[in-house]
Structure formats: C-alpha cells, structure tokens
Design a protein around this ligand. Structure first.
Ligand code: 0X9
Ligand code: ZN
Length: 421
C-alpha cells in the first residue's frame, strides 16, 4: 500500500533528524561516500595510471606509498584495477563528507561561520580567506603602498580577475639590477594554504627595507579563482579550474598540466581525470594570462616559484621526465638547500629538496618546467607547503602564520644567495 503520510510531515521530520545529527545544510554532500585509501608500498606508477582513467585522485606522496581519494561511484572499479596490479589498500576514511563535517564541528569553523568582519588591512591569520576578501586586501595593499601596484592580467573562465601584484625594489636608485622573482599561488584550488602564504609574503614584501636585495617581485596570489571559490562553496577537494567540458559531471582542467612544454606526459586526456590536461596547450584563460604576463618580464626573471601543497618539499625540474637532468641542477639543489635550511631555522619545519619526476612522479605541463624550458629562467621551483599528510589539504588555519614565516625566511635566504651571482 502506498504511504499516505503527507510530504510536509516527512520533510519536517527529516529536517529535525538532520538537525539533531548536526548534518543540516552540509556543504560536503558532493563528497558523500568518497573514501580515502592508503595504498600499499611499492605501488610504482599504478595509482597515477588509475588516476589518468579518472577513477581516483592521488593526494599525497610519501616515498613509495600513496594516499588516494576514491569517489563513491568508482570504489569497486578502482579496487578491482588496483588488485589486478597487486596493490592493496587500507581504508583511512570511510566517508569523506562525514569526516569533513566532523572536522569542521571540532574546529568550530565553517564557510558560513566566519570569525569576524574583515577590514582588508591585513591578510587573515585565523582563517582561510574567500576570494572576495583576498581582492579587498590586494586593493588596499596597493592603495597604501607606493611600491606595490595591482594589475588584472586577465579573466578566469567564470570571469573573475586574475590579479598580479608588482612590488618594486626598496631602493630603485640602486643602479645594480637584481632581476625579478615570480611567485604563483593557488593554481590548484584545494591547496588553500598556498594563496594564504602568498598574501602574507606580500605583506612582508611591502614592509621589507631591502633585506631581499634589489629584486622586483611579481606575485599572482590566486591563479585559479573559480576553482578556489568552488572548493569553498561546493567541493572541498576540487583541484582543477571550472571549465565546462563535453562530459556532464566532469568539468575542469588541471592548470598545472596545461602549459606547453612536453605537453601530455604524465597528464590525462580524460576529462573526468583530476589531471586532465585540457583540449590543447594553453587552452585555459588562466594559463594563457599567466604565460603572457610572465613572458613580458622574461628577461628579468631569475626565480619562479609556484606554491602548492602538501608534502613539505621543494621540487626542482624536470617534472616531465626522469631520464634527463635539467640545466643548472647542481645550483638548483644548492640554492634549494639554502632555502630549506633558512626555512627550518624558524619553526624547525623540514622541507626536502627533491627532483620532481625522479622523487615524486612524472608530470608535464606545469609552470616550473615551462618557465625553465621555454623562458629559460634559471631557478624554477614548485614548493609543496605544509603539512606532511596528517591533515593534507584540510590544514588548520593556525598553520597560516608559521608556514608563511618559514617560507618568507627561506625566500629571503634564497634571494640573498642568488643576488651574489
Ligand atoms: O602534481 C602537481 O601538479 C604538483 N603536486 S600537487 O600535489 N600540488 O598537485 C607537483 C608539480 C611538480 N612539477 C612538475 N611536475 N613539473
Ligand atoms: Zn598543487
């Protein structure tokens, strides 16, 4: 017999039950049923192959073991493929939505519960900032500091501004040109610590009275604003931009696979994959804008640093191949160690200086390889920020300040060393 209970009563009961269980209006619904697995050691490239098929998302890389996220509808297929290749798994998180909800409840934060009104004068230290809050800070910074100018280098797929701040050297009368540094952050949406650190570095840069030498510094603190915004509102684990693709439910291009240098290696043609490279090199408005802005200052560029998370590693090229050594490798390692030693001196955080393809995994189409291979910039790095995997992307905001402090110290030491060349 059909139930005669009116919908309104069912709905009311559902709301009460949901409220009691604390699961009302969850913004993590999209991740319901997703699991986090720790894969057995010595997995080789198997997880990356499965990721390229769009069945899982490799999160962290530690030696030979890997942590992956598997969407609910891929659980069986991913498990079957991994088993076929002799890779076993341990389930670390049964349901990612519940995990994130519990975590938020414990840390008493949620996107809708911001601590206090934001007045734009300083970057937040107590919480991750929304894109609008970042814009407000950047505008205020450039109004208040004559050495800083703010430019929109283009628009994102959803028409948000791609902001670049140029901080001129402290002493422009100093005839010795040091060159320029390029800092890119937030190209991967869910890596929230990256733009947060970039904003804190900007704050330091405009206050700096010459301790970094005579460098011009260009900072793009939010290279993927659409993805970042989406990771706040709808999917905390979103990585790509928000390009609409031909397959419904499989949007987004991995902007760190879209640059035109050995395009395609270690990236995917599959729109559903987390490492989808896009329809062609520089198919995306975000990478095009970055390319054009970097190209304009290419003759000045000495250092390009792309901020990511997580893993606490300073990666040097190449990323596209394990079989070739990039030019200047010994200098990249030596200066990288200067960065790491200085960073460690602040809060004892260890950043390992490692080769991208050799020590992490093969992946082409990233900022660092393109800047070195095409623009010919000597020092190009990807810096994987805190942590080593305890919290991963879900890093507590209490890390924002200490992480920024150690990166600032590392950067200062690195630039001082390079300015001696
Ligand atoms: O895979 C990436 O794009 C970066 N790691 S992340 O976990 N943040 O996604 C590393 C990129 C390293 N550089 C190259 N492979 N060229
Ligand atoms: Zn990243």
């Amino acid at each position: 017999m059909m139930s005669t209970v009116p919908f309104v009563i069912v709905a009311t009961v559902t709301v009460i039950v949901a409220t009691v269980s604390g699961k009302e209006s969850s913004r993590h619904e999209i991740l319901r049923g997703h699991q986090i697995w720790q894969l057995s050691n010595d997995v080789g490239d198997v997880p990356l192959e499965v990721m390229q098929k769009g069945l899982l998302d490799v999160l962290g890389h530690f030696g030979t073991s890997k942590k992956v996220r598997v969407p609910f509808h891929c659980l069986e297929e991913a498990q079957r493929l991994l088993q076929e290749k002799g890779v076993s798994r341990e389930i670390l998180v049964e349901d990612l939505a519940t995990y994130l909800e519990d975590h938020e409840r414990l840390s008493k934060r949620s996107a809708t519960m911001k601590s206090d009104a934001y007045n734009c004068s300083q970057p937040r230290h107590d919480d991750y900032m929304t894109f609008e809050e970042m814009e407000c800070f950047l505008k205020r910074l450039s109004e208040d500091n004559p050495r800083a100018s703010l430019t929109s280098i283009g628009k994102s797929f959803e028409n948000r501004d791609l902001w670049m701040v140029h901080v001129r050297p402290n002493d422009p009368s100093d005839s010795e040109e040091a060159g320029a540094v390029w800092i890119e952050a937030g190209i991967h949406a869910r890596e929230w610590i990256s733009p947060a650190v970039a904003l804190h570095i900007l704050k330091e840069l405009v206050q700096d009275n010459g301790s970094i030498g005579n460098f011009d510094v260009y900072v793009v603190p939010m290279a993927n604003p659409d993805g970042y915004n989406y990771s706040f509102t709808s999917d905390r684990m979103w990585r790509k931009n928000r390009r609409i693709t031909s397959q419904p439910g499989c949007g987004g291009v991995d902007l760190n696979r879209n640059w035109d240098f050995h395009y395609g290696v270690g990236a995917s043609e599959n729109e559903c994959s987390e490492v989808y490279r896009g329809s062609e090199p520089f198919s995306e408005p975000e990478t095009k804008a970055l390319r054009d802005a970097m190209t304009k200052v290419k003759d000045q560029l000495k250092v390009v640093m792309s901020l990511h998370s997580y893993g606490q590693q300073l990666l040097y090229p190449w990323g596209y191949t394990k079989h070739k050594t990039a030019p200047d490798t010994s200098d990249l390692i030596a200066r990288g160690k200067v960065f790491a030693d200085a960073a460690k001196s602040v809060h004892n955080t260890v950043y390992k200086v490692v080769n991208s393809a050799g020590d992490l995994y093969k992946a082409s189409g990233a900022t660092d390889d393109w800047a070195k291979g095409v623009l010919g910039v000597k020092y190009t790095y990807t810096l994987e920020l805190r942590d080593e995997g305890m919290s991963g992307f879900n890093l507590d905001p209490s890390h924002i300040v200490p992480c920024s402090e150690e990166v600032w110290e590392g950067l200062r030491a690195l630039l001082n060393e390079i300015s001696k060349e």
